[in-house]
Design a protein around this ligand. Structure first.
Ligand code: KIV
Ligand code: NA
Length: 277
């Protein structure tokens, strides 16, 4: 088995072979992603949308994140498992961030955490790093700030917001984040940010010049059939395949085709004569 990925080994891949990150939310998805060769498994707060059925990521709790982090951590043998700090679990300050991250690490078993935001969350980032918890940054489209950003849309198209994204990413890298996610920013801006940072950038909707890529597993597999952002490439249609398989099961039950004799257990039926009703 290949060596276990750590925050340090991920950082060292800056400018090298592209990092592969996928989200995972439970044992089977983590196993699938790791068997596929993912370097990093992110227990994303996208959990809220693709697994729990919420319209956005805002309502997922630390308790729910811990529950899913546990399952992913049990499955991972080689990949670095990163847990997302959910909305309002770190904004209040370093103490809150430390308490929340501590739960994902100690109870959930993750080896690193991710939080959204730039310079405004540096005190939290610093506190986590001081405590020995590796931190992944996340700038550009930050879904937890959906209300302020005005929807799921590309960020950094004008020079003021592009500069702000660059400054935020630089600040996170200089603070010691081991990687920074760039979500939904123009490819040209992601290229400039990637060149400027010591930390590897991991893009989603940020072009091919980042140091790595991340996608939501349920999007890749066609298991999430709600929002379909343009930056998603579906490599399978497991939602459709699953429905077809389940419909075949339902039809066979109704037709008396399933279960067949091969799915059951035999006995010496003479013994039935000994039974009294
Ligand atoms: O929650 C998530 O899935 C994420 C990735 C898209 C980066 O934060
Ligand atoms: Na997230």
């Amino acid at each position: 088995m290949a060596q276990r990925q750590t925050a340090r080994s991920v950082s060292a891949r800056k400018g090298g072979d592209p990092l592969v990150m996928l989200t995972a939310y439970d044992f089977p998805t983590a196993r699938m992603a790791e068997d596929a060769g993912a370097d990093i498994l992110l227990v994303g707060d996208s959990l809220a949308m693709v697994v729990l059925g919420h319209p956005d990521t805002l309502s997922v709790t630390v308790d729910e994140m811990v529950h899913h982090c546990k399952a992913v951590s049990r499955a991972a043998q080689r990949a670095l498992v990163v847990g997302d700090l959910p909305f309002l679990s770190y904004e209040a300050g370093p103490a809150q961030a430390l308490a929340s991250a501590g739960r994902l690490v100690k109870e959930g078993g993750v080896r690193a955490v991710k939080l959204e935001g730039g310079r405004e969350v540096l005190p939290q980032v610093q506190a986590l790093l001081d405590a020995g918890i590796p931190v992944m940054g996340h700038v550009g489209l930050t879904p937890q700030r959906l209300a302020r950003l005005g929807g799921f849309r590309v960020q950094g198209r004008d020079s003021a917001t592009a500069q702000a994204i660059l400054d935020d990413a630089l600040a996170l890298s200089r603070a010691g984040c081991f990687a920074v996610v760039l979500e939904c920013v123009p490819a040209a801006l992601a290229r400039v940010v990637t060149a400027a940072l010591d930390a590897p950038t991991i893009g989603i909707g940020a072009g091919a010049q980042c140091d790595g890529q991340v996608l939501v597993l349920h999007d890749v597999l066609g298991l999430f059939e709600g929002l379909r952002p343009t930056f998603v490439k579906r490599y399978a249609e497991l939602g459709a395949a699953g429905r077809e398989a389940l419909a075949a099961y339902a039809a066979e039950v109704r037709q008396g085709v399933f279960p067949g004799p091969e799915h059951g257990f035999a006995m010496d039926e003479l013994l039935l004569d000994t039974l009294t009703v």
